[in-house]
Design a protein around this ligand. Structure first.
Ligand code: AMP
Length: 483
């Protein structure tokens, strides 16, 4: 069996790995580390959860070690390795890993991403760092402010490159890469190798070694995929049913529920909460602090259902997800691969359950099936009563037995919250418009500066910056930048 020692890594790195409790390299590490150590360019097909971060970070640290020094002079600590990621969360995670792996060395690292104050980032950059993790927009802000110089970068990592392209970061990437020395090592990681990714690689990589831990665009064998047909207007009830059914079957309550829009994301989380499921929304309108708190709550188990948009969920390091639910079928088939890649990691088994509405969703499903080269079984939602009547009665009784029937907030009288569709006729079909929550205007939780920044991005886009393939996605997780 391969060991980290066999790569010839420095004792200080090995000590950090042993601090982390890593004993054996993961398959992507086993393939990537020797190649990166040789200075070759790499095109790696690997998702978050495979250990790809250490796959590129460890050999980069090793290669930079001869340049590590304890000098206080910023000039002795130029940026030598630049790691670009699409989202703040991923940037933060990559940085966290790098800092852990390099902690016994003199190499300095920091992270810069949007949505937070620039000043502390500027201070860290001015003090000098060898390894910089960044999201593209915020990095360009720092370049503009001259708080960072990229002329000595020897190694560039494009992490989750497919997502960066999806989010419309190509022009930013091009601007950044043009600031780097042509003589450098470039590592590109992507969950899928689309034609666009291949074009990007052809432009910026030199004779890259291709590393794949799984067939590209494949989905793990140990993930049980299933799709359920539901009528329009019954999707929320169907998700509640699925989650409660899992809980009743003694399966883990934890799951990520993917939603295509921010507004839908908040609504669904609220709906699940009202149905007695501990849920929280994570999307691009949430502040960084809110996102981190939600993620912590999910990791500690106080939140069972993490309701997320694709962009917000990208790169989140959530190990061992037992279940992924697609409340909406994703518009892009590749997003489906990303989404369900959150379950069934490291050989664990997982469920990937999707709800679809006849019509447009069927076309999206067939695109997915073409991409993953298999058909997804159609399942039946056993016992699903879309009017909610039967399920609700049973559920209320069960909760009453447990003594945790939800009280109406604020009235202090201990009555259960009335539901319009409950007393408006037993056969009435639940529709979102029946629920007062849905007729209220959406109130994003982001602070006004963030909203303004998003609006500026939107304005810049409409003024002719290259429109991303999915502008909405760019606004969800894109890093706000001054136009
Ligand atoms: P990544 O795909 O880089 O986001 O890594 C996924 C998770 O696996 C992270 O929590 C890492 O800390 C962890 N990890 C990475 N490499 C190893 C290893 N060789 N042994 C055990 N855990 C690892």
């Amino acid at each position: 069996m391969q060991t980290f020692e066999s790569f010839g890594l420095d004792a200080r790195i090995l000590r950090a790995l042993s601090d982390q409790g890593y004993t054996t390299p993961t398959p992507i590490q086993a393939q990537a580390i020797p190649v990166v150590l040789l200075g070759k360019d790499v095109m790696g097909a690997a998702q978050t959860g495979t250990g790809k971060t250490a796959g590129f970070a460890l050999p980069i640290i090793q290669r930079l070690l001869p340049l590590a020094n304890g000098s206080a002079s910023p000039a002795r600590h130029p940026v030598r390795a630049l790691m670009l990621t699409p989202t703040r969360e991923l940037a933060d995670q990559v940085y966290d890993n790098v800092a852990r792996y390099a902690k016994h060395t003199d190499l300095r690292s920091t992270v810069v991403f949007g949505g937070v104050d620039m000043n502390p980032q500027t201070d860290a950059l001015r003090r000098g760092v060898e390894i910089l993790v960044a999201t593209p927009g915020r990095l360009l802000d720092h370049v503009q402010q001259k708080s960072v110089n990229l002329s000595q970068v020897q190694m560039l990592v494009l992490d989750e490159a497919d997502r960066m392209l999806d989010m419309g970061f190509l022009p930013d990437l091009q601007r950044i890469i043009n600031l780097l020395p042509a003589q450098r090592q470039t590592l590109l990681f992507s969950a899928t190798f689309s034609a666009e990714i291949k074009r990007l690689a052809a432009s910026y990589l030199k004779q890259p070694v291709t590393i794949e831990v799984a067939r590209s665009n494949s989905t793990a064998e140990n993930v049980r995929q299933m799709v359920y047909q539901v009528e329009d207007g019954h999707k929320q009830a169907a998700v509640v049913h699925l989650l409660k059914q899992r809980a009743e079957q003694g399966l883990s309550r934890q799951c990520i529920v993917f939603v295509n829009s921010k507004i839908g994301c908040s609504r669904l989380a609220r709906h699940l909460e009202r149905e007695g499921i501990n849920a929280a929304a994570i999307h691009g309108d949430k502040t960084q602090t809110e996102r981190m708190q939600t993620l912590d709550g999910f990791k500690s188990g106080t939140i069972d259902a993490l309701v997320a948009t694709d962009v917000a969920a990208r790169g989140l390091d959530i190990p061992d997800m037992p279940c992924v639910v697609n409340f909406d079928v994703p518009y892009s088939a590749e997003d489906y691969v990303h989404r369900i890649g959150r379950t069934g990691r490291a050989g664990a088994s997982g469920d990937a359950l999707s709800i679809y509405v006849p019509g447009n969703d069927e076309r999206l499903l067939s695109d997915i099936e073409k991409l993953i080269k298999r058909s997804i079984p159609r399942g039946k939602l056993e016992g699903f009563d879309p009017t909610g009547e039967r399920a609700r009665q049973g559920d209320t009784e069960r909760r009453r037995e447990r003594g945790d029937v939800r009280r109406t907030r604020g009235n202090g009288e201990g009555e259960e919250r009335p539901r319009r569709h409950e007393h408006a006729g037993s056969r009435q079909v639940f529709r979102p418009s029946d629920d007062p929550f849905f007729s209220r205007p959406y109130e994003p939780s982001a602070n006004s500066a963030q909203i303004k920044a998003s609006e500026e991005v939107a304005a810049a886009l409409s003024r002719g910056r290259q429109a991303p393939k999915r502008p909405v996605a760019a606004l969800l997780g894109g890093v706000p930048r001054k136009s």
